[in-house]
Ligand binder design. Structure first.
Ligand SMILES: [Zn+2]
Length: 371
């Protein structure tokens, strides 16, 4: 009797352990919940939504040309569409299937070569994990010649009236700045753009126009100093292929910094408040950011205040997406309040734009001079 009880307990224990391991194994499998497509003139983006982080491998096959992405330890949800036409000149079709017991395979029929596609994982946003696949023109905006920048004013109701803008290339850059900045990789992110005007001032100034003008001046100065400059947008445009969620739009900006392995990331914005008396300049960095991020935010903010004489609102921590998800020291600068008539005038004038760019530039030079 005693012995059989003993055996019974052992069997129970064994069964329990087995169940436990089955439960563990099941929870290690990521569920592929959705396949989404977005398009712009530059590229087609395929996004795979997963409920947790998933390992993937990609490789190319020929005749017909296709790119295969294998997601391991993954299960395809039943409701996911198995085949989608892409309607893009870069890729014609995408198929997805449960290829092996634990492998979900995505196959993209494409005509692009190896430098024409890119596969990368994205943590965070509205799904826990995404694998993005871009086909088409996947190079990032490096700053070459900035000529006359004009935006598509006729079709876009979000554009202000005068939005052609020419960067005056006569900057006085001293030798020290050039030796400090030579070869540094810098991503500039002019806030908002395209469908998103950002805040609007009392006389109708759009945040997206000022941030672009400041960003283009800054890019030109940095380029003339020998830095390698990347800019998330050079014109009045959204950065992510459309349609895109707000998070995807911000992630597209973060991608430019992360994928170019930039040394710093500088996002340019204008502040706004319901009361027109709110004023001043703020430098933000990520709440868990490094001391370098704090210095970068502080020096840039101080540089701008020195140039345009604004009130010092300090250096503050925040959870802004672009400072949180960038992998290098990063700052989001609120240059001044577009909702304040006096500051709006600064942010509208050529002189104010140039000085703002000069201030950011000086902060960047100071930052690198101390590394
Ligand atoms: Zn903004």
């Amino acid at each position: 009797m005693r012995k059989s009880l003993y055996i019974f307990s052992l069997v129970c224990l064994f069964t329990l352990l087995c169940m436990q391991s089955i439960v563990l194994a099941a929870s290690d499998i990521a569920t592929i919940k959705n396949l989404r497509i977005s398009n712009n003139s530059d590229k087609v983006r395929i996004v795979v939504d997963a409920d947790k982080e998933v390992d993937y491998q990609s490789f190319a096959l020929s005749s017909p040309d296709r790119v295969v992405i294998d997601l391991s330890d993954a299960a395809l949800a039943k409701n996911v569409k198995k085949e989608i036409d892409l309607n893009s000149k870069y890729a014609s079709k995408v198929r997805v299937a449960q290829f092996k017991e634990n492998v979900v395979r995505v196959v993209v029929e494409t005509k692009v070569n190896k430098s024409g596609y890119d596969v990368f994982g994205i943590v965070g946003g509205e799904t826990p994990y995404r694998v993005a696949m871009d086909f088409g023109n996947i190079t990032y905006n490096t700053v070459g010649n900035i000529g006359n920048i004009s935006s598509n004013s006729s079709s876009n109701s979000n554009s202000s009236k005068d939005n052609s803008y020419k960067v005056d290339k006569n900057f006085n850059i001293d030798k020290d700045a050039k030796s400090i900045l030579k070869g540094k990789k810098i991503t500039i992110d002019p806030g908002h753009g395209g469908s998103d005007s950002g805040a609007i001032g009392p006389t109708g100034l759009y945040e997206k126009d000022s941030t672009l003008r400041i960003g283009l001046n800054l890019a030109e100065m940095l380029k003339q100093s020998g830095a390698k400059v990347y800019i998330t947008r050079k014109t009045d445009t959204d950065v992510a292929p459309q349609p895109a969620t707000d998070v995807e739009e911000l992630q597209a900006r973060v991608d430019v910094g992360n994928k170019t392995h930039s040394d710093i990331f500088v996002s340019i914005h204008l502040d706004s408040f319901t009361s027109s008396s709110a004023q001043g300049t703020t430098g933000y960095y990520y709440v868990n950011g490094s001391s370098n991020s704090e210095r970068l935010a502080r020096y840039i903010k101080e540089g701008v205040i020195e140039q345009i004489g604004t009130y010092d609102r300090g250096t503050k921590t925040s959870n802004f997406y672009v400072v949180k998800h960038t992998e290098m020291p990063a700052t989001l600068l609120e240059v001044a309040f577009v909702s304040n008539p006096r500051e709006e005038a600064i942010l509208k004038s050529d002189d104010g734009i140039k000085k703002s760019a000069q201030g950011i530039f000086n902060g960047i030079v100071k930052y690198f001079s101390e590394l």
